[in-house]
Design a protein around this ligand. Structure first.
Ligand code: FE2
Length: 297
């Protein structure tokens, strides 16, 4: 959550995909500025010098996805020439890039650079430029930051439950980003709108719940801003009662961003410190048997 402008910064390890949950900002970059707001994905190519400048009074809340390489649309939605195909859930018209350089001047300007350190560790270097990196009169090329609003993602629906790849929005090295957006549920007369119970074989699954009513998670403590992690091999699905409650439901207004990673995720201390330890037990219909949430002793 941010209320003040960030330092000037560039990530030399890989692209970043930043999802804006709430608030608004101008993303100032060496290519020009992007005005972004709630529901925008902002894709920043590796080594793009930039900073985030919050706008308005509302704090800026974002989900930051840092890649170890490049992030782009799913390859199956692109022609051999790189254009979006007609069945893609979004296209070039939905992408917003910078329209003109910023032409900022200044001297002795600090830029933080994130790069690979020893082993897998991240390292930082502080550069001081004699001239402002945004003192640019023009640029040419096909690589630049852009914004894409999740509200412009056209959902793919069907008579029966559609598999998770229909939600895929971006792909990166060893991960995908998916958008769960308001949409019609399965419309077969005997269709069950709630998703199946399942255990991922090849991926860990992170979901950021960013809006609407996430029907299948009712009773799980999931609310706006929650993040769930279902590691590969762990069975999960609708909470008890959600399947029955979903029958006859025509549509959902849920809004969520999912990141499936094809290598295991490690949790840092900040993540474990805010864990809801009762979550895993919401499928059991009872509380954690041992621990602070215990009701059974
Ligand atoms: Fe899942």
């Amino acid at each position: 959550m941010a209320t003040q402008p960030s330092p000037l910064y560039r990530n030399a390890v890989g692209d970043e995909c930043v999802y804006v949950e709430s608030g608004a900002a101008i993303v100032e970059t060496v290519f020009g500025a992007l005005a972004v707001g709630a529901g925008d994905y902002v894709v920043l190519p590796a080594s793009t010098t930039h900073r985030w400048v919050p706008q308005g009074g509302e704090p800026l809340r974002t989900l930051v996805i840092e890649a170890s390489g490049h992030i782009g649309p799913p390859r199956r939605y692109l022609s051999p020439r790189g254009q979006f195909l007609e069945h893609a859930p979004y296209c070039e018209r939905d992408l917003r890039g910078p329209v003109e350089p910023l032409e900022v001047t200044g001297s002795d300007v600090e830029v933080l650079v994130q790069h690979r350190g020893t082993g897998s560790a991240t390292a930082w270097t502080r550069y001081v430029y004699a001239d402002h990196p945004f003192d640019v009169v023009g640029w040419d090329g096909c690589l630049y930051p852009y914004a894409f609003a999740i509200h412009d993602f056209e959902p793919i629906t069907g008579r029966l439950h559609q598999p998770p790849p229909v939600h895929q929005t971006f792909e990166g090295p060893s991960f995908v980003v998916c958008s769960f957006v308001p949409r019609l549920f399965d419309y077969h007369p005997q269709g069950i709108p709630a998703p199946d119970n399942h255990a991922n074989v090849d991926s860990d699954e992170v979901i950021f719940y960013t809006g609407g009513d996430f029907m299948s998670r009712k009773g799980a403590g999931i609310e706006q801003g929650s993040i769930s992690l279902h590691p590969s091999g762990f069975t999960h699905g609708p909470q008890p009662g959600s399947v029955e409650a979903s029958i006859g439901t025509a549509a959902t207004d849920e809004l969520a961003v999912m990141v499936d990673t094809f290598r295991p995720l490690d949790l840092l201390d900040d993540a474990t410190a805010c864990e809801d330890t009762s979550y895993a037990w919401t499928w059991a219909g009872r509380s954690l048997p041992d621990g602070p949430d215990s009701t059974t002793g």
